[in-house]
Design a protein around this ligand. Structure first.
Ligand code: DGL
Length: 262
């Protein structure tokens, strides 16, 4: 069991922002990453479709013999993790917009949340938001088109800059001091966001927290890989190998990238 891989999936290449944290915090673990780019974006799809795609990805990771599954996608977590947990007898770790730390720390009492339509309209997000943001104003903006541009390999394009600016402007006008990134693709936009936002605005993403939670669950279950070697990392995409390889450019660990059908 212990030497089996940690399975990770996302609607595309964005979840590699979580995979990077996992491979950093758990260097001896083997990982298998599925980029479901063929069916991206998930954010505009119905809850039923998101559940069906999450089941498809889970089945593939089980076929590949994974010991735990990390749903490295806010949209899939907020819409499908309940179903996954009640259907499969394997631990699941999810990712949700980190609204709680932002709500606790904000001084201006204004917090921006940038996420997909699927996440912002989900029951899970709505409940979490209601719980922690009673005395503050949240400015929730749907990042329409951002995932598509990232999936096309256009992170540093003029289109990206214009689109992102149109979502960030209203938040700046409202005087936010925290920006919660509620989509695992968005950490790749941090360098651009930093140019748009003053340094009074703190950007929060959940990658490190998810990796720490994965470590805690594996430790509690005695599932950690005891071998001293560095983990093996296999990344699979059902669409474009070049885009996935490009996004991994500055990664320090060794990995392989391959196109497969799933
Ligand atoms: N990375 C996914 C998320 O965290 C992107 C969703 C999408 O494909 O629209 O929500």
């Amino acid at each position: 069991m212990q030497s089996r891989a940690i399975g990770i999936f996302d609607s595309g290449v964005g979840g590699t922002s979580i995979w990077k944290e996992i491979s950093r915090i758990l260097p001896h673990e083997n990982t298998i990453y599925l980029a479901d780019s063929k069916y991206a974006p998930y954010g505009k799809k119905s809850k039923e479709d998101i559940i069906a795609l999450s089941i498809k990805n889970t089945e593939k990771l089980l076929e590949l013999n994974c010991k735990i599954i990390v749903v490295a996608c806010n949209t899939a977590t907020t819409n499908a993790i309940k179903t996954l947990r009640s259907t499969y007898d394997i631990p699941f770790i999810g990712i949700e917009p980190a609204i709680k730390p932002a709500a606790i720390r904000t001084k201006t009492k204004k917090v921006g949340v940038l996420a997909t339509k699927g996440t912002l309209s989900s029951e899970l997000f709505t409940k979490t938001s209601e719980l922690y943001t009673r005395n503050i104003e949240t400015i929730e903006i749907i990042g329409t088109g951002l995932v598509e541009l990232i999936e096309e390999g256009k992170i540093n394009s003029p289109e990206m800059y214009t689109l992102l600016n149109s979502y960030i402007e209203p938040m700046i006008k409202k005087d936010i001091d925290y920006l919660v990134l509620g989509c695992s693709h968005y950490p790749y936009l941090i360098p651009i966001l930093k140019k748009m936002l003053s340094n009074k605005v703190t950007i929060i993403d959940s990658g490190e927290a998810v990796a720490k939670q994965t470590k805690a669950v594996l430790t509690n279950l005695w599932f950690l890989n005891p071998k001293p070697d560095l983990g093996k990392h296999q990344l699979f995409t059902n669409k474009n190998v070049t885009v996935l390889t490009e996004i991994l450019k500055q990664t320090r660990v060794d990995y392989t990238v391959k196109r497969i059908e799933f």
